[in-house]
Ligand binder design. Sequence first.
Ligand SMILES: [Zn+2]
Length: 415
Amino acid sequence: MLTNFNQAIMRLHCGGILLSLTSLCFAAPAHADNEALRGKLKLSHVSASLWRADYEFNQPIEGLRFRQIGEYRAQAWKPDGKLNGVVIDKEGETYLSNAGPTTRFSFFIQPYGKLVEGEYAPINQFTDGAASIYMGFFQASAILDKAAAPKPNEIPLKIEYQGLQGETVLPPPSRIGVDPVNEKQAQAYAYFGPQQVSSAGAMQVILDPAMPVWMRDTLLVTSAKISGYFESAYQRPLLTPLLMTVALSDLESSGMSIKGGASQGQINFRVSGKQSVIDSPALRDAFSQLIAHEIAHIWQNNLAHEAIGGDAPWIHEGGAEAMSLDAMYGSGLWDKDKFLAMQTRRWNECDKLTNAKIDLASNYRAQYVCGMKRFDDTKLSIVTIWRALIAESERSGKVYSEQMVRDILTQLQNR
Ligand SMILES: [Zn+2]
């Protein structure tokens, strides 16, 4: 693999950029010019709060273009060497080489604690100096010719990670048996920090060491019980190891916020605000149910392809909400009364939104509570529905859609 990569770089030099290497050109295969552009990225933790991203491509390019993520790159990324600074344009952010086409680009990256609406948190910082960095934002398009539009496709990247001495480095997991370069394995977080991974049932966890004991206990017990329940209820092996990280940040700020997301076998939470560390039964319930909701997304996407589509979010959000309540009950964390109370609360929330005549399709909460109610209204078991949906997505290779849900429900109801 590596050898081929080096050969590719040699061949590229034959395009006339490095004339002294011309003699090597005759040894290169004739199809060299047609070789697809690809690259390597090495993300290194170079000092306590500094990372370095080194890109290397198999062909010289004029620049890189990234999707804009708020102010993240403008504030936290500093190009190194022969790069012009960030150019923000309509499509994204562009970095151009000021020394002509080149195969290498490097950036220094500083911690960035802000959130960008509708995006994964770029960097989750832990109180012990650890950080989880979202690797999806390292994907770039190539600018081959300054005058022409950039290639629309992202460049396939083989990514390596280098931590500080003695540091734990957890790259985003890849699906078992799938080449990471081909499956956009980078759509998840890389953890750099002093913590060792611990186990909670089928789940691996990294918890912020500043976490109060009640929160740690709640998270560990929930993770073990819920992950076990999903394994037995949905009857499929997980294609990626399941990892959960929970970072505490901004504990001085008022109020409380728990932000979480599931991506590629990973669940990452960021907990902030004074109130978030004060023990109460309601907060324990909220944490547990959120974990169950995110684990449900991992199961919805537990296929060789991306099964969650973007068109009808009520399917995966309402589905995960129903799956999470079922799992809280099925795993014994909630009794029947608690389950029914939580279900009724969500149905009522949906009724309120419906009566307010808001657009349910575009309302974030409606996707959860009214989406869940649509599944509940079928009177079928949510486990039966989602086993069938997962199997259908696997069979067809398609993402979950309104049509697929209709077809599956009709099949199940006529059984
Ligand atoms: Zn969700």
